[in-house]
Ligand binder design. Sequence first.
Ligand code: GLA
Length: 386
Amino acid sequence: MSLTLNQVVTLAFKTAFGETPQHLVQAPGRVNLIGEHTDYNDGFVLPCAINFGTLIAASARPDPVVRVVAADYHDEIDEFRLDQPILPLTDGAWPNYVRGVVKYLQEHGLPLQGANLALTGDVPQGAGLSSSASLEVAVTQAFKTLQGFDDLSPTDMALIAQRAENRFVGCNCGIMDQLVSARGEAGSALLIDCRSHETRAVPMPPEVAVMIVHSRVRRGLVGSEYNTRRKQCEAAARHYGVQALRDLSLDRLEAEAGDLDATVLRRARHIVTENQRTLDAAEALVAGDLRRMGELMAASHNSMRDDFEITAPAVDQLVEILQSAIGAVGGARMTGGGFGGCAVALLPLNQIESVRQAVAQHYRAPTGEAGTVYVCQASAGAGPLT
Ligand code: GLA
């Protein structure tokens, strides 16, 4: 019998620190239903937090030291001091996510005290399901709970976690992953305005399943290609004289393209059309209109494939297999940063088994591996475990 995450993290904590932890906190990973690469263009996204996440066992320490044990890395230990500059380790390892968050919690003006932490998680890594955002937000939550930082809002937590990822880990991501990890609501997706950080809970229709299928295609190019896409979007915004592509209409995109580079134009077209699809999808979900949702997801995937060029042939094929198994009521698309990773599908609950079988029968990654299917629940954001 395998241990629950709760048991794993408690055991790692007791083994490393010889005592029972004072608190257990969690922060979820996420799956994005629609709205890809729109977040850093000040646009709209529609993710939901999922029932896979990071769990931290935590206790206060009397000295200004943070000592962290990673249950998923053979109980490796990292230790650093709060009264000395907090620096990243060179190999980009797991400790950087913890160190980065602690550094930016301090920079936020919070008087941090020492802590013992044990970490574990079950978000598949490199799958586009935000395992790193879940870890960052969980670390933020651990200090919030340990020290009773009641004024630290979930949005602040997300911004601190994002800063750690941008400036300490070195990935220039937007706000979506951290915000939905901090503010997710059980049973709902979250429509996020990435400019104002306003969110609206969009209830998932009760008869709808959220299925995630890991393509087993490694997300190799993601760092460099992600940053290239960002630069292309910024170049397009400059061409049109707008603050961000969020401010551009499809009419202007076409009418004022002028001598804009053809690739940059296609990148911008993805963002402009994806923003509208995301707003439309929130309406479709509220109305329980899975057919419309399926059309929007298909259009989103095609736009990511043809205009933004962030899919991969195997992922395109996986999405086709999902779509044809689901039929017209529901849909599928690649989810997350791209270049591999997962597809997300929305489908009627009574089709879970037939869709699962279609994937098992027809999908293989270039390595020959089968896809991994997760049926998940839209879940609550970060918090203490009661
Ligand atoms: C990654 C980033 C997010 C977002 C998505 C693409 O997950 O961390 O900020 O840009 O890619 O939608």
